[in-house]
Design a protein around this ligand. Structure first.
Ligand code: ADP
Ligand code: MG
Length: 285
């Protein structure tokens, strides 16, 4: 238990010798599958206590490249807290995280964003008084960030324009490019947010309830978009709509009271009695 305590205490003390990327000594948790090339993001023993309340309690998770992975569970299960831990909005009370085998337990929010772990809708990314096109351009200039001068050359501007049009096309907003963002219907606004997130070239895309507040047509459009953008990257999404999950997600992790209740394909988890009782049963009713 001393090892565990040291590891937990060492999590945010980079000077501490008790945790290093490959230290077997400081590894009280089971090892991740992240040596497999297809595992983009791994968590082991991920935990978060608020005061004494275990909001997230020993969660293990592997998100694979090219897959759309859903995090589901009843309200209060800990889904948003897991998201906040993965994106470093919160510090874990215990547990470890890896990105393609690299230990990112102590990495900062900025570090992991640079690595390409990007949460959509985190940036409040839409400028309502700009056009759709201007919004995407601005988002594309963001990764260049401090290299502001870079955008002054003609070839850089041409590249920027080309990528802007590609992204508009990718999310189906080409015909809307001269509209003010404010004038877009809700579903297209979410598509624009997705475009501004894709501008950051995410390798792992985290989506917290991408279809929230949508109905009918908008849901199928967003589902199609997510499937499209998952090619060549990993997507982890919190989703309440189980038909979206069934349709879109090939891996599902069910949380209940901060713990993993079940994990697997939609068929696996929908035939699990505990899951039906805790979650799906409720929903069917
Ligand atoms: P979900 O997203 O699955 O609905 P959350 O991750 O938002 O669940 O919350 C999990 C539990 O942790 C809930 O009981 C919630 O009240 C609690 N919780 C979340 N954030 C905080 C916080 N900042 N302080 C105290 N308790 C919190
Ligand atoms: Mg939530």
């Amino acid at each position: 238990m001393i090892l565990l305590e040291n590891a937990v205490r060492g999590i945010y003390a980079p000077d501490s010798a008790s945790i290093t990327s490959n230290s077997p000594v400081g590894s009280p948790f089971s090892e991740p599958l992240s040596e497999k090339p297809s595992v983009a993001l791994s968590a082991r023993g991920l935990s978060k206590r608020f005061n004494d309340f275990p909001a997230v309690d020993g969660v293990d998770l592997d998100v694979h490249d090219g897959s759309v992975h859903a995090l589901i569970g009843p309200n209060g299960a800990g889904k948003t807290t897991v998201f906040n831990l993965l994106t470093k909005f919160l510090r874990p009370s215990a547990g470890r995280l890896w990105f393609r085998g690299q230990d990112i337990t102590t990495a900062s929010a900025v570090d992991i964003a640079r690595m390409g772990i990007v949460r959509s809708f985190q940036i409040s990314s839409i400028f309502s008084s700009m056009t759709v096109l201007e919004n995407v351009r601005v988002a594309l200039q963001r990764p260049a960030g401090l290299a502001h001068q870079f955008w002054k050359s003609d070839s850089a501007m041409a590249q920027l324009d080309q990528r802007t049009f590609e992204l508009l096309d990718e999310v189906g907003l080409d015909q809307w490019k001269f509209e003010l963002a404010d004038q877009l219907p809700y579903g297209r606004k979410r598509a624009l947010e997705l475009a501004t997130t894709l501008a950051l070239e995410p390798r792992i895309l985290l989506l917290d309830e991408p279809t929230a507040g949508m109905a009918g047509e908008d849901i199928s459009t967003m589902t199609r978009l997510i499937r499209k953008v998952s090619a060549g990257r990993a997507v982890l999404m919190v989703e309440h709509n189980l038909s979206v999950v069934a349709d879109l997600c090939d891996h599902i992790t069910v949380l209940q009271r901060g713990k993993v209740l079940a994990a697997g394909t939609y068929e696996d988890i929908s035939s699990n009695t505990e899951v039906r009782r805790a979650y799906i049963g409720d929903d069917d009713a």
